[in-house]
Design a protein around this ligand. Sequence first.
Ligand code: PLP
Length: 397
Amino acid sequence: MSNRFKVASRVSAMKGSATLEAARKAAELRQSGIDVIDLTVGEPDFDTPEFIKDFAISELKAGRTKYTPSAGARKFVSSVASFFNDQFGADLSPNEVAASCGGKQALFNAVCTLINPGDEVLIPRPYWVTFPEIVTFAGGKSVFIDTDRSGFILTAEAVAESITERTRLLILNSPNNPSGRVIPPREIRRIVEICAEQNVFVLTDECYLFFVYPPAEVYTAAVLPPELRKFVCIAGSFSKTFAMTGWRIGFTIANAEWTRAMIKLQSHSATHPTSFVQYACADALANRLQMLESIESMLAEYRRRRDWLIPELNGITGFTCAMPEGAFYAFVDVRKLLSEKFPSAAAVSEYLLNNSHVMVTDGAAFGADGFLRFSYATSLENLRQAVDAIKHLFGTD
Ligand code: PLP
C-alpha cells in the first residue's frame, strides 16, 4: 500500500499567495546583498502606535493570557460594536460581532459558513489574491465581474448583469486592493439592494476602511438599514489602518445566525485570536479619539506620497494610473508598453527588477493582465529613488 503524501484536492486546487511570494523574493534578494526597492509590500511601514503597545503590555501583565470565548472576549466584541455605533451611528449588538485572526480569517470564516459546492461567488476583477482561493477551498465557483470599463469601480448594473440562479455571494472590497479605488457609498447601497432582492449575500472586505482620501468618504456597510444588513457580512481588520499586521486580529460583523456559524467553525480551528491582543484592541477602541488621531497622522503621510507618486507615474512613457481614492496602492496600466520585447506586464516587472532593482507586483496576480501594482507603504525617499530609476529606463512623456 502506498503511503505517499498527497495533498487534498481542496488544497491542491488553491494557488499560493502571489503577494507573499513577491515579499519572500524581495527578502531573498536583500539577503543576497542586492539593494532592492521593494514596492510589493502590502503592510504599513509605520510601527503600531505606542499607546496600543502599552495597552497590550498592561493586559498581558494583568494576566489576560488564557482562553477567551471563540467569539472573542466579551470586552472585545462589545467594544467593536460600540466603536461602530459611536463613530458611524450604526446599531450593532455584540452578538453580531466575532473576533478573528486578522481579516483573512474573517473572510475565510464567512465564505466557508455560507458556500456549498457548486455555489457561484461573484468577485469583481481586479481582486485581492485570496478571495478566489477561499472560494475554491469551500468548493464554490468564482465568477469574475470585470470592472475595467468603469475605471475599476464596481457598479450596481454590472452586479445585476452577473447574478444567476446559482449566485450565493458577492465579495466587495472598498477601498480596493490592488486598485486603490473606492466605491461611492450610494453605489454600495444600490449593490447591496440588488443582491438582497435576489437573495444573494454580500461579504464586504473593509480592511482599509479608514484609508480614504477626502473628498472620498469613509463608509461602512454597518450603517445599512436592518433589512439590507441581514444580507451582509463585514470583514474587518486592525492590520492596515492601525498598523498591526503581525498581531493577527480582525473581526466579522454579520447577522447573529451567520455569526454563530462562524464562531462554531472557528471553535474547531483557531479557537480565537490571542487573548491579550483582543483586550488591548478593546482598550484602544474605547479611546476612540486617540485611535482616530493615529489613523489621521498615518493617512496624512500616505496622502503626501500618493499626491507625489501618481503624477510622477503618469509622466513615465507608457505608464497610466488613475488617482486612487484609498488604501496605499497605485495600479498602473502598462498595456501601451506591451510589445515583442514586453509580451506581458510580468515581463515589464522583471525588466524593472533586473535593470533598476525596483520590485512591483504583476497585476495578473489580481486578475488584471497588463497592470502593475505599486505599494506606497514605503518612504517618499524610496519612492523617489524608484521613480528616478524607472524614468531612466523608460523615459518621460
Ligand atoms: N483584505 C485585503 C483586501 C487585504 O489587502 C489584506 C491584506 O493584505 C487582507 C484582507 C488581510 O489582512 P489581515 O489578515 O492581515 O487582516
